[in-house]
Ligand binder design. Structure first.
Ligand code: AMP
Ligand code: MG
Length: 416
């Protein structure tokens, strides 16, 4: 854990987004502990060991097309060649004989190449008359074959440890005949909301109260990641209640994520308390929305103290927390942040000094892809997150966006 006085808000300097991300990631390592699970249960889990191909994939040379298995040496180069069809090879039911001179075997896609044959002629170009097939000139030796080991050679690493399994990965594991794999244990993440004004759903709102949405967005994001979730509810802004909640959470979980209570006015006693319980740095990040954030350790748990505003929670979660959780889950290498420039279909002024994450919508038009703003951009307006399909990332030094400028976007697809 790297914390220094410079991290403290008293320095009055803003910590750059990239520097904060690097500090967080550098201070974390994958949790230890793994388990064996059936291949289906490996979905969204992280491999704890390499998956090595136990044999060649495909296992045998086979046909990529429906057609005829022939010997290239039998084919005339300038005229049609007639070959005697001596049998049929199906996928899973090979032709057991040998293809001799001037012979051919009818073959289906995926069938093993019969002994003696070296070339597949696709059925669309062949002309069949009873037991003779006529092959036009111009065939190439070895065409339309899939070679044994072409996808994966026996003994090679099919998937490296650290890979998170999606549909393709569990399919690939199954294609190797592997029924069980070793995966990192699930990460236990505790979440809690703070604030005297925060009400849990299921009862009417009192004066000045707001319903807790942060535990729901965090629930969604963490469930997607495959974390084991410990929902610690809403904790009022009372030092004794907060201290008890932080202690419980840190004892039960690998990671504690809180929202609220880190802004000016509320931060003081929380900071004092966190300092007592563990080693926590308060960062004023050069980011909008989401300036204040706490990061550190309490007991054995990693703590993320996110701001309270619902959009700020989502922005800071996706910019800082998600990759940190993936690293703790054992993901290696981390997936690169997908960002690309598109044309802005909006104009706005911006204060330099902070990276700003706007909620955007990508739109296709005659002159290519463009991005517009998705609704009101206030940091409490969760609807803009719901209507958006990307973040628009404006760098620290940016002072304005003109319609037609190129701006960086980070699509939600794959991120959120
Ligand atoms: P705070 O960081 O505690 O000062 O909160 C900033 C703003 O976010 C305030 O308007 C809070 O009411 C709001 N807020 C804090 N926590 C939540 C929550 N869990 N759900 C919805 N809004 C919240
Ligand atoms: Mg609060």
């Amino acid at each position: 854990m790297t914390t220094s006085p410079a991290d403290d808000t008293s320095s009055r300097s803003l910590l750059a987004v990239d520097a904060a991300r690097a500090r967080i990631l550098d201070s974390l390592a994958a949790v230890t502990g793994w388990e064996r699970v059936p291949v289906r249960a490996a979905l969204a889990r992280v491999l704890a060991e390499d998956i090595v191909a136990p044999y060649n994939v495909p296992a045998h040379d086979n046909s990529a097309m429906d057609g005829y298995a022939v010997r290239a040496q039998d084919l005339a180069s300038d005229t049609e060649t007639g070959l005697a069809v001596v049998g049929t090879a199906f996928a899973g039911r090979p032709f057991s004989g040998i293809v001799g001179p001037a012979q051919a075997v009818r073959i289906m896609t995926g069938a093993s190449i019969p002994q003696g044959a070296d070339t597949i002629v696709v059925q669309e170009v062949a002309r069949r008359e009873h037991d003779v097939v006529f092959v036009p000139p111009g065939q190439k030796r070895g065409q339309n074959l899939r070679r044994a080991g072409e996808d994966l050679a026996e003994g090679s690493v099919a998937l490296a440890a650290g890979r998170r399994c999606g549909p393709a990965e569990i399919g690939l594991i199954a294609s190797l005949g592997i029924a069980e794999v070793s995966v990192h244990r699930r990460l236990r993440v505790a979440i809690l909301s703070t604030g005297d004004e925060i009400a849990s759903i299921g009862r009417p709102l009192g004066p000045g109260e707001v319903y807790d949405s942060n535990r729901y967005t965090l629930f969604g994001a963490l469930s997607r990641l495959g974390c084991e979730l410990l929902d610690m509810g809403v904790v009022p802004d009372r030092p004794d209640a907060l201290e008890a909640a932080f202690r419980d959470a840190a004892q039960a979980a690998d990671v504690v994520i809180t929202s609220g209570g880190v802004s000016v006015g509320e931060a003081d006693f929380i900071r004092e308390m966190m300092g007592r319980l563990g080693e926590v740095a308060f960062w004023k990040l050069a980011i909008k929305p989401g300036r204040p954030m706490a990061f550190g350790r309490i007991g054995g748990a990693v703590l993320f103290g996110l701001p309270g505003n619902p959009v700020a929670v989502m922005v800071t979660f996706y910019q800082f927390v998600q990759d940190a959780l993936l690293k703790l889950m054992g993901v290696s290498p981390l997936p690169p942040a997908e960002r690309f420039p598109v044309r802005a279909d909006f104009a706005m002024r911006k204060q330099p000094g902070r990276v700003e994450y706007l909620r955007g919508r990508l739109q296709r038009s005659a002159d290519g892809l463009a991005v517009t703003l998705a609704g009101a951009q206030g940091s409490g307006v969760l609807r803009s997150m719901s209507e958006a399909d990307c973040f628009i990332v404006l760098p620290e030094d940016c002072a304005a966006v003109q319609t037609g400028d190129m701006v960086l976007v980070q699509p939600f697809n794959g991120l959120v």
